[in-house]
Write a protein that binds this ligand. Structure first.
Ligand SMILES: CC(=O)SCCNC(=O)CCNC(=O)[C@H](O)C(C)(C)COP(=O)(O)OP(=O)(O)OC[C@H]1O[C@@H](n2cnc3c(N)ncnc32)[C@H](O)[C@@H]1OP(=O)(O)O
Ligand SMILES: O=C([O-])CC(=O)C(=O)O
Length: 479
């Protein structure tokens, strides 16, 4: 049968999608089977599960290196070298893989799959950070009892050392909250077990256990650190609650932020923090923390570096920018918010040479499923559906893709996660949008620290790609 090249491309892409769907179904079935049998045994700790998984992954990597070390995964073109390495397959990252059309999958599970199988908090429905962390680290679904055990372990480690409190309290309230978060995280390396063990001269095979210990410690302390920064900047002098040993990580975070009585905001932040946790390895924050970690800098330093990449407006800071931009739109349009007036505002932004924040992506070529999941959260709550800023975000989504297509520059005219994340926070009273990227920073630790542990478990080497000058590129082309 003859097919035109575009029909062939559609056929191949449909066939690939069907194959992907079938293999995902198998994986989903095996993970959930695994989970239902796990529900009948006594709970394991995340360390015990990793003790079992690490040797299997080490063997997998050994086989990849020895049997397929010379297999070709793609070509390196000049456009990769001068174009931000977009699409270049050049990193190992275990916990998640991003498909341009389907979006993120964590160990093969989509966000919707995770919403079905990952345990929620008592009295809640949304995925919590601990069950996502467990999945990212181990590739397995935790039982409810295992999730609770991890929540308690994190809560027990959650208080900040006094020197960090003093450091953060000494910072000017005019210093951006992300700068403060990075400083606090870096300074926590004062107590790094990984660094102390390295200085003692431990074996390479033991690195990952200390990396895990530091990673859990850092994850546990992030809510208290992030909440202290919020308190110092926006509510100076207000007493901060202690970490409650009976709450999950995000439950504690929201409580320390001062919104503990708001169940809907707590549930929103549970979902937010779980689904922002990892977005494969090539994004700027993950890649930065991976690079710094590859020097054997401890997890605190590696993640602090990642946070400063997250603080850029083309990456995580876009969620702050989205809210600022949507509020400007609301102010300028006043009572005249129609599809037509939003369209004009979009063109004004584009013609002034700015990007439309919250739209476009380095990999995605469809609406971001994280955006859709946050929109779904709004769709189930009438008070959110009636909120003017939530409505404006939704209306902008109805107009922006067509405008961006007509503008013709961006490869992806659809919304990314940052387009939706801030408006719900705003509705619930968390209106200080300069703080929003800090919440993202609490979340992204899940993925970056997971990979830190795996990089040490797999003995990955220091990253050191080859760079070329333009003259050197021209010389290579001539040859
Ligand atoms: C959690 C996250 O990090 S999600 C991303 C958050 N960032 C944003 O929302 C900021 C707005 N978006 C962007 O700036 C971009 O889409 C990025 C940074 C996300 C991706 O960048 P790229 O992969 O380089 O995008 P792409 O290849 O489509 O860019 C091609 C051109 O379209 C432009 N473009 C891309 N997105 C947009 C946008 N939202 N609005 C206007 N122009 C855009 C680029 O600036 C580029 O222009 P240039 O040729 O003059 O340099
Ligand atoms: O994947 C990317 O490049 C950016 C992104 O959406 C993320 O890091 O969450």
């Amino acid at each position: 049968m003859f097919r035109s090249s575009s029909a062939t491309a559609r056929y191949v892409s449909r066939a690939c999608a069907q194959k992907r769907f079938a293999s995902t179904k198998v994986l989903f079935a095996s993970l959930t089977e695994d989970w239902s049998s796990a529900a009948h045994r006594s709970p394991q700790t995340v360390r015990e599960v990793l003790e079992e998984v690490v040797p299997k992954k080490q063997l997998q990597l050994k086989q990849l290196k020895t049997e397929h070390g010379q297999a070709v995964l793609g070509d390196v073109k000049v456009e990769h070298v001068v174009g931000g390495m977009r699409g270049l397959k050049a990193m190992l990252w275990e916990a998640s893989v991003l498909d341009p059309i389907e979006g993120i999958r964590f160990h093969g599970l989509s966000i919707a799959d995770c919403q079905k199988v990952l345990p929620a908090a008592p009295g809640g429905k949304e995925i919590i950070a601990e069950s996502m962390l467990w999945l990212l680290l181990t590739g397995k679904i935790p039982t409810e009892a295992e999730t609770r055990q991890l929540s308690r372990e994190l809560a027990e480690k959650g208080e900040l050392p006094e020197y960090i409190e003093k450091l953060v309290d000494s910072l000017p309230s005019t210093l951006h909250p992300m700068t403060q978060l990075g400083m606090g995280v870096a300074a926590l390396n004062h107590d790094s077990k990984f660094q102390q063990a390295y200085e003692r001269g431990i074996k390479k095979s033991e690195y990952w256990t200390y990396a895990l210990e530091d990673s859990l410690d850092l994850l546990a302390k992030l809510p208290a650190l992030a909440a202290r920064i919020y308190r110092n900047i926006y509510n100076p002098g207000k007493p901060l609650p202690k970490v409650n040993k009976d709450l999950d990580l995000v439950g504690n975070y929201v409580n320390m932020l001062g919104y503990g009585d708001n169940h809907d905001l707590t549930e929103y932040l549970r979902l937010y923090i779980a689904i922002h946790g990892d977005h494969e390895g090539g994004n700027a924050s993950a890649h930065t923390s991976h690079l710094v970690g590859s020097t054997l800098a401890d997890p605190y330093l590696a993640y602090a570096a990642g946070l400063y990449a997250l603080a850029g407006p083309l990456h995580g800071l876009a969620n702050q920018e989205v809210l600022r931009w949507q509020m400007n739109m609301q102010k300028e349009l006043g009572g005249n918010i129609t599809h037509e007036s939003i369209k004009e505002f979009l063109w004004k932004t584009l013609k002034s040479g700015q990007v439309v924040p919250g739209y476009g992506h380095g990999v995605l070529r469809n609406p971001d499923p994280r955006f859709m999941a946050l929109q779904q959260f709004c769709d189930t709550r009438p008070e959110l559906l009636e909120d003017p800023i939530v409505q404006l975000v939704k209306k902008t989504y109805e107009v922006a893709p067509a405008v961006l297509k007509e503008h013709g520059k961006t490869k992806n005219p659809y919304p990314n996660v940052d387009a939706a994340s801030g408006c719900v926070l705003y509705h619930y009273g968390l209106t200080q949008f300069k703080y929003y990227t800090v919440i993202f920073g609490v979340s992204r630790a899940l993925g970056c620290l997971t990979q830190y542990v795996w990089s040490r478990a797999l003995g990955l080497p220091i990253e050191r790609p080859k760079s070329l000058s333009m003259d050197a590129i021209e010389k290579l082309i001539k040859q």
